[in-house]
Design a protein around this ligand. Structure first.
Ligand code: COI
Length: 354
């Protein structure tokens, strides 16, 4: 792979005490072009703007997918990627659904690690922060007909970040909507298509206007069952059982943090259920006192405890006095413990960056 290094690093311009999410970028990016039916050799080049035709097909019709993964710097100074092969497999899964050509997963992982190794100094060290890695593929044809593109660009960029909802583990509020739909049966809710996110903005804005941080999506057919929340999967603790919506409707993204949390919960001996959850069940559990906690899980969000769920104008469910509950705290410590190398990684989830 060709590597063209930046002349002067931007590292000194990064304010590591105030990272936010997507404010700063690593020095380099990876670019791989697909044309004439093949992926060409990747290149690592300095991070920068790119030239696109105004007729670029992605700008008009969103034939585009992405991933989100993280590298963590432990107290030992070691930088570790978390389950990167899972993200690359999911990228190919999304690619299939969006008519985008498949990448070679082994080669992609190797190239991704080379990029991270080059910009590893951008990985922050405080708990909750990380180097967020954004692989993405977009259709590159300059063409206005609605069709499958013949050319694509695969890219990876990196950004040092705090957790999506802030550095500190704190509760957030969500609004359960019956008015809007994120995903339909047979749609693209289960893949990481860029279009899923743009079409969610209107409902998310409405929730924000009502004073909630995120939207909670209910199923698209009946608006009865919980699907997911904003940029994360969602879990509830009812009667000391961790419950999360099942993936089998094909409307929910199969989160890697979700899968890791369910695995760790089972390892710790928690009762775990993956099944459909009617929103009415949440209301009933809140009324009878068996609803203990709710938290989101996601790469960007990590573990995001929910303190308040709105559902009709003026009505709210308050969870655990709007404070971080013991289940969310425990799973946060376990997951981040492994990610930051504080707890032994018995499962081979972390990959050290040299
Ligand atoms: C992630 O958790 O990596 C995501 O993709 C969320 C992102 C849209 C901020």
């Amino acid at each position: 792979m060709k590597v063209m290094k930046i002349a002067k690093s931007k590292l000194p311009t990064v304010d590591f005490n105030n990272l936010g999410f997507g404010k700063y970028y690593g020095d380099h990016m990876l670019v791989k072009i697909y044309e004439n039916g093949v992926w060409k050799e990747s290149e690592i080049v300095p991070f920068g703007d790119m030239l696109l035709s105004p007729a670029n097909i992605t700008l008009h019709y969103s034939q585009s997918i992405f991933e989100g993964m993280k590298a963590f710097r432990g107290e030992d100074g070691v930088v570790r990627l978390f389950r990167p092969e899972k993200n690359i497999t999911r990228l190919n899964f999304s690619a299939e659904r969006m008519c985008i050509p498949q990448l070679d997963e082994k080669e992609t992982l190797k190239e991704l690690m080379e990029l991270i190794s080059l910009d590893k100094a951008f990985t922050p060290s405080h708990l909750g922060s990380s180097l967020y890695i954004r692989p993405f593929i977009f259709a590159a044809d300059p063409a206005l007909g609605v069709k499958v593109s013949d050319t694509y660009r695969f890219m990876i960029i990196t950004t040092p970040v705090d957790a999506y909802y802030g550095r500190k583990l704190q509760t957030l509020s969500i609004y359960a909507t019956k008015e809007f739909t994120r995903a339909a049966l047979g749609g693209t809710g289960h893949v990481k298509a860029a279009a899923n996110y743009s079409q969610s903005l209107y409902a998310a804005k409405k929730a924000l206007d009502k004073g909630y941080k995120q939207i909670m999506w209910l199923d698209g057919q009946e608006h009865k069952y919980v699907d997911e929340v904003g940029v994360m999967n969602i879990m509830f603790v009812i009667n000391d059982t961790l419950i999360t919506p099942t993936l089998d409707q094909g409307t929910i993204l199969a989160g890697i943090t979700r899968e890791s949390v369910l695995f760790l919960a089972r390892e710790m001996g928690w009762r775990v259920e993956e099944r459909r959850i009617a929103f009415q069940e949440i209301l009933d559990a809140s009324k009878n006192g068996s609803l203990q906690e709710c938290f989101g899980t996601g790469t960007a969000a990590t573990i995001a405890p929910v303190g308040r769920i709105g559902y009709d104008d003026g009505k709210d469910i308050i969870l655990n006095n709007n404070e971080v509950g013991p289940y969310a705290k425990k799973i946060y410590e376990q997951l981040l413990g492994i990610q930051y190398g504080k707890i032994e990684d018995k499962y081979g989830w972390t990959v050290e960056i040299k």
